[in-house]
Every structure is written in C-alpha cells, then in structure tokens.
Unconditional design. Structure first.
Length: 356
C-alpha cells in the first residue's frame, strides 16, 4: 500500500492540520454520526494506548441551547438511544457549575463527560508512523488530475507533477479540500472549500477558570460557536462556526482578518466576561471542505470503477477517521452496503447544510 500526500502529514494547509479537534457523540438526530463517533473514539483511544500519551483529553463536551432548542433536544434523545452517558443541566445547574460562562439566552445544557479533544496534528503524524511500521509506503508527492485510460472503465495509473507514473488496482482519493481541484469536472461544484478563522485567547495569570479541570469543551447551538479550554497552556480556543468565503487551499492567506478578530473579541466579552481584554496569543486559518448537505462523500467515482472518493468531512471528518476508514475498506474489499447519505448521487451543487 502506498500513501501519497502533497505537503506532508498534519501540514498547515490541511483541514486536520491544526493542534486540536473536538470529538463529540452528539449530532442532533443524526444517529449514524453518533454511532461512528462512539466507534472512532474507542479506536482512537486503543491506538494511542500507553505509547502515545497526550493525544486525547477527556475534557467533556458541553452543549448549550436556547429555550426549545430542537437540536439539543434531539441530541439528548439520540445519546440515550445509543447508550452514551450524558447529563442534562438546567440554567441553575449551569450557573453554579460554570460561573465563567455568560448564560444570557441559554435555557438548557447537555454534558457528555466522556468526550473531549483529539490533538489532530500529532495524531496524524502518529497514524503515518504506525502505517509505515506496518509496511505501508509513505511519500510526499503532488498528483496531477487523473485521466481515465483509453478503452478502460478506470485508472491504470496516476501521474505526479514530476512525471512519475504510479500504478495500482484501486485508488482512494481522501484529499479533503483538494478533491475538487483534482476532479474539477465531477467535484469542482460539489466540494465547498471555505475559509475558517480560529483564535486562542491568553487566560489571566493564575486564573484556573478556563483550565480543562474547570471548563469543558463547548458548543453553543444558537450562537454558532465552539471552543475548548486552555489545553497544554496554548490558550482558550474559540471559533464562530459559520462557513466563510470560498478559497483555494493552496494559496489562501493564513492571516486572520481584523474584522473576524473584532467579532470574536465582542463575542468572548459577552460569553466569557473573565476574558474581557485578554490578548489573542495565537490564531489559525484553515478551511472546511463541505458537501452540499455536510454529509460525507464516500463513494465510487461515477465514471471510473476503481477510483473512490473519501471526503467532505469538514468539521467532523478527522474525528471519524477510524470508522470512515473501516467503511471505505468494507466498500472496496468486502462489498459492504452503501450508505445513501454518503453517496455521490446525493451531493448537490448548492449548499443546504444539514449536518452540524
């Protein structure tokens, strides 16, 4: 098996190249993602074991919603159905347990105590290392747009920018934001690559209110925001979970905008008043690569029988890596039934986000 990567494992341009990613069990009524998250977290923890400490932090994940929030209500029902441990919190309990959070407009909360944060960049490097030890070959190469061989129903080889040809029986393209660039005619209008800006705020000296022991990872449904406590002393991480402008993952600027910085400062002042006037100590600019619905795209190329796509995973693809990998292998080698939500035919050229 050969693994090919254009920029290297956990590189700064990739959607999973940041320091940290939330792994949560709750996805509203989308039970398939809850069950995949359960399976993936178990496998991530087994993979890390004792040899790779510090790649998962069990911070807990706190969902917060307004009165009558349907997604929070559906999340609770799905977690219960799937046997996921959680705790329902009313405004009084939230205020007592998390006084550092501004709870204006918040009427309900759900805490997943066993969920938390994966250290994404280091985890990817660990996966590549483990694959190499197991016999896979890993190379940093740039692949040009694949072309179907004349008279065949698929690919016989792919070509690198330097002119090298790589032959194989099956080809899996799990290249995130680059799927649309490699397959412009098929995926150019079906993979939506958008700019996303993330901020880390420095916590006040000696202030433990924003440490993992005091503050869980959090998601505010109505505010379209998420964040996590001060992990590894890097700062309090926060982002507004809205799709930004469409960008090219190779060339977009990785410098945050003043407008975004001002907006997130105002938001932090409102929801985390203890961080008012706190400095921004670090920033990241990455990208999402969503499908029209937000569902994964894991399916065969519509015209090339030995070419498979595995993408459209922005915001939740990395954490589901173990379960997604099992599904890809099952589809290719074992004839596992297709999940209609992941099919190519279900992907449109207009965004109508359904997965959060």
């Amino acid at each position: 098996m050969l693994l090919v990567d254009a920029y290297g494992p956990g590189n700064a341009r990739s959607s999973s190249g940041g320091e940290s990613r939330i792994i949560r069990m709750g996805y509203g009524a989308d039970e398939i993602y809850t069950r995949w998250a359960q399976k993936s977290l178990t496998q991530w923890k087994d993979f890390f074991g004792f040899k790779r400490p510090g790649l998962f932090y069990e911070t807990g994940v706190l969902w917060l919603g307004a009165e009558g929030d349907a997604r929070v209500r559906d999340t609770a029902a799905t977690l219960k159905r799937c046997g996921v441990a959680f705790e329902a919190l009313d405004p009084g309990a939230l205020a007592k347990r998390y006084p550092q959070i501004g709870l204006e407009g918040i009427a309900t909360g759900i805490l997943e105590p066993d969920s938390g944060v994966l250290m994404a960049r280091r985890s990817i490097a660990a996966v590549v290392e483990a694959a190499s030890v197991s016999g896979a070959e890993y190379r940093v190469l740039e692949i040009v747009t694949p072309q179907r061989a004349a008279g065949t129903g698929g690919l016989t080889s792919i070509m690198t920018r330097s002119g090298e040809h790589i032959e194989a029986e099956q080809f899996v393209f799990a290249c995130g934001a680059w799927l649309g660039k490699l397959f412009p005619e098929v995926l150019g209008e079906r993979i939506f690559v958008t700019r996303q800006e993330i901020f880390f705020f420095g916590v006040p000296a000696g202030d433990m209110r924003f440490s993992p022991s005091a503050l869980p990872t959090f998601l505010f449904q109505g505010d379209e925001s998420y964040g996590m406590p001060d992990l590894e002393s890097r700062g309090f991480k926060i982002a507004l979970d809205r799709h930004g402008v469409r960008v090219d993952p190779d060339t977009q600027s990785r410098i945050v905008s003043e407008q975004a910085a001002d907006e997130v400062r105002q938001y932090v002042d409102k929801r985390f008043p203890g961080l008012r006037d706190a400095p921004i100590v670090e920033t990241r600019v990455c990208q999402y690569e969503n499908t029209s619905s937000g569902d994964f795209l894991i399916d065969r190329h519509p015209e090339m029988e030995n070419v498979w796509f595995a993408g459209g995973g922005s915001g939740h693809g990395f954490k589901h890596g173990p379960a997604a990998g099992e599904y890809v292998v099952g589809r290719i080698l074992d004839g596992v039934d297709e999940e209609p939500r992941f099919s190519f035919s279900s992907k449109d050229t207009v965004q109508r986000r359904a997965v959060y």
